[in-house]
Design a protein around this ligand. Structure first.
Ligand SMILES: Nc1ncnc2c1ncn2[C@@H]1O[C@H](COP(=O)(O)OP(=O)(O)OP(=O)(O)O)[C@@H](O)[C@H]1O
Ligand SMILES: [Mg+2]
Length: 572
């Protein structure tokens, strides 16, 4: 028994660090960074979603630092420690157990632990703190304040928020990011991990030029998360890589073949996410499931789409921050002055299931589409100068589109699924401005044709411009027959409803068709008609284009040598 004055003694030698069950892959830079960080600071928390590799990394860091810790490295596993209903301080008690300290009646365990670790040069690793964040934070606060040579390395899905804590986000393993990037085994950590586990499961398994694209796709779909990659690799015993990649659409059923020696939390992908989901409060759960309708979002968008009577708008910022802290939402880069957020794909699919269970899917997907459409139509108006905006703002619209395009696809797919032709046509029309410069011609044609084929009864105010938009696209794809048919049909609708702006644009398409047919006189007449329609509307965008086409016709052949007087006044 120790008294208040006698130093409490800790077990002479720390137990061995957990054995590594298999080969450790990559993370050389992460290890070097963490060694440096822990030589300069006293508290580091490795944060990240379930299965990202926090524990494996912590064990590696601990092993690398063992030589600098004369009083040892103490690894404390907390995943199986229950919260303090029975025991008031379960974390401190588990640490005391591992340190070999006997209970001291009348003293709080944190108190005699601090005595025992005072002046010790030791590293304490607290593994899996997320379900006991408060208790871990309180112990760390005490130990860091009273033991000035002690270092603490924690792993947690959520930061502890104690003074002096350095939160270090564990990144996914690197994977072939670009669609056409092959899955070279040496270059990407995710590929290396998959191959290591796949060959352990099936020794004759090999990466070939034939299956490498499927592996690259798989690593991308699993966001480079080691646990998910391991669960997928276990399937090579009976499935080809292509089959595994195909079946990822139902990933929660596929990724269930975890190692029986793994903790229950890590035996299936669903269990790994359940563990985090169970730690959320109700408003956080509601927001998480609702965010699953996005393919990336900004705070404004989350507020616009996810808030309602159940989830007041003014709470969204705090709830979103909590989900980021709990490693369920990823903070992406900033675009046009706004921070973007996203969900890892496995978490998104999990949240989609929760959304359906809550019966909110139709409403939320509908709200998502309405928000996408509103934003895209606004951007299209700015883009073609129908609303005033600075040049810089207009250029930024394209950067915005690069991130928004995934949401546009989600909204288009939802419209197709429901057969909402008018909304689909409006999306196609608004996206047209961006599809061209980004070279997404084939995709643009695919979507537009799907909705146009079913759009016979659509409102002519939507159908007309959509047809003209399709005609413009056909010109860009050099499909002049399609261009002419669509432009003529579109012009008829636009004239009928008095949409002069689109009439000017549709005439422009016919200029191209006429030039292509070698009918320059007709082309010139059409360009001039387009010009006068645009001028009458005070529509500088179409006026500029009509001037341009007129110039092109005049520059062709004889027109170049003999400029013809315009029937309307020259440029203003
Ligand atoms: N760098 C790596 N090399 C080899 N295997 C790894 C690596 N990182 C993670 N793994 C494996 O992936 C699985 C998940 O890793 P780990 O247990 O470290 O995740 P975690 O982030 O601690 O998850 P949790 O939040 O559930 O505790 C484990 O089976 C682990 O062995
Ligand atoms: Mg862990």
């Amino acid at each position: 028994m120790t008294s208040d004055t006698a130093p409490t003694s800790i077990g002479a030698r720390p137990p061995a660090l957990p054995a590594e069950p298999n080969a450790f892959v990559g993370r050389e830079r992460d290890l070097a960074d963490l060694r440096r960080l822990l030589s300069e600071t006293r508290a580091v928390t490795l944060c990240g979603p379930g299965g990202i590799g926090k524990t494996r990394l912590a064990v590696r860091v601990a092993r690398a630092l063992a030589g600098d810790q004369p009083d040892g490295v103490w690894f404390i596993e907390l995943a199986d420690v229950g919260s303090g209903a029975v025991d008031l301080d379960p974390v401190a008690r588990r640490v005391a157990d591992v340190l070999g300290l006997a209970d001291e009646t009348g003293r709080a365990p944190a108190d005699f632990l601090a005595d025992a670790l005072r002046r010790r040069r030791a590293l304490v690793v607290l593994d899996n703190c997320e379900h006991l964040v408060e208790e871990c934070a309180s112990l760390c606060r005490t130990l860091l304040a009273r033991c000035d040579r002690l270092r603490i390395l924690a792993t947690s899905r959520e930061p502890l928020r104690v003074p002096g804590e350095n939160v270090w986000r564990v990144p996914p393993l690197s994977f072939p990011a670009a669609r056409d990037e092959p899955a070279g085994p040496a270059r990407h950590e995710a590929v290396r991990l998959f191959m290591a586990r796949a060959t352990a499961a099936r020794p004759d398994f090999a990466l070939t030029p034939g299956n490498a694209p499927a592996l690259a796709e798989l690593c991308r779909a699993l966001d480079g998360v080691p646990l998910a990659l391991e669960l997928a690799a276990a399937r090579v015993r009976v499935l080809s890589l292509e089959q595994i990649a195909d079946r990822l659409t139902d990933r929660f059923r596929l990724l269930t073949a975890g190692d029986r020696t793994a903790p229950p939390r890590q035996r299936t992908l669903r269990a790994a996410i359940d563990w985090s989901h169970e730690l959320l409060d109700e408003p956080e759960r509601i927001l998480l499931r609702r965010l699953s309708v996005f393919a990336g979002w900004s705070l404004d968008q989350a507020e616009q789409v996810c808030a309602d009577g159940l989830l007041p708008q003014e709470q969204i910022l705090d709830l979103l921050t909590a989900l980021v802290d709990k490693s369920l939402v990823v903070v992406d880069r900033e675009v046009a002055g706004e921070t973007r957020f996203r969900l890892l794909e496995s978490i998104r699919e999990y949240a989609v299931e929760r959304l359906a269970e809550a019966g909110e899917e139709q409403a939320l997907r509908g709200r998502h589409r309405a928000a996408v459409l509103e934003l895209l139509e606004h951007h299209a108006e700015l883009g073609v100068a129908h609303r005033p905006a600075s040049w810089r703002r207009r250029v930024e619209l394209y950067d915005r589109y690069d991130v928004e395009q995934h949401n546009v696809r989600v909204a288009l797919a939802w419209s197709r699924e429901r057969g909402d032709v008018e909304e689909g046509l409006r999306l196609c029309l608004a996206a047209r401005l961006f599809w061209g410069p980004r070279g997404h011609y084939a995709e643009a044609a695919k979507w537009s044709d799907w909705f146009l084929e079913r759009g016979g009864d659509a409102d002519p105010r939507v159908l007309g411009p959509a047809l003209v938009g399709r005609a413009q696209l056909a010109v860009e794809r050099r499909e002049f027959d399609v261009a002419e048919t669509c432009a003529r049909a579109g012009l008829e609708h636009c004239r009928a409803v008095g949409d002069a702006r689109t009439v000017a644009a549709g005439l422009g398409v016919l200029v191209h068709v006429a030039m292509r047919a070698g009918e320059d006189d007709r082309a010139l007449a059409l360009a001039e008609e387009s010009l006068s329609v645009a001028r009458a509307q005070a529509d500088p965008w179409n006026e500029g284009l009509a001037q341009f086409w007129r110039g092109v016709v005049l520059l062709r052949g004889a027109g170049c040598a003999r400029p013809r007087p315009s029937s309307s006044p020259g440029p203003r």
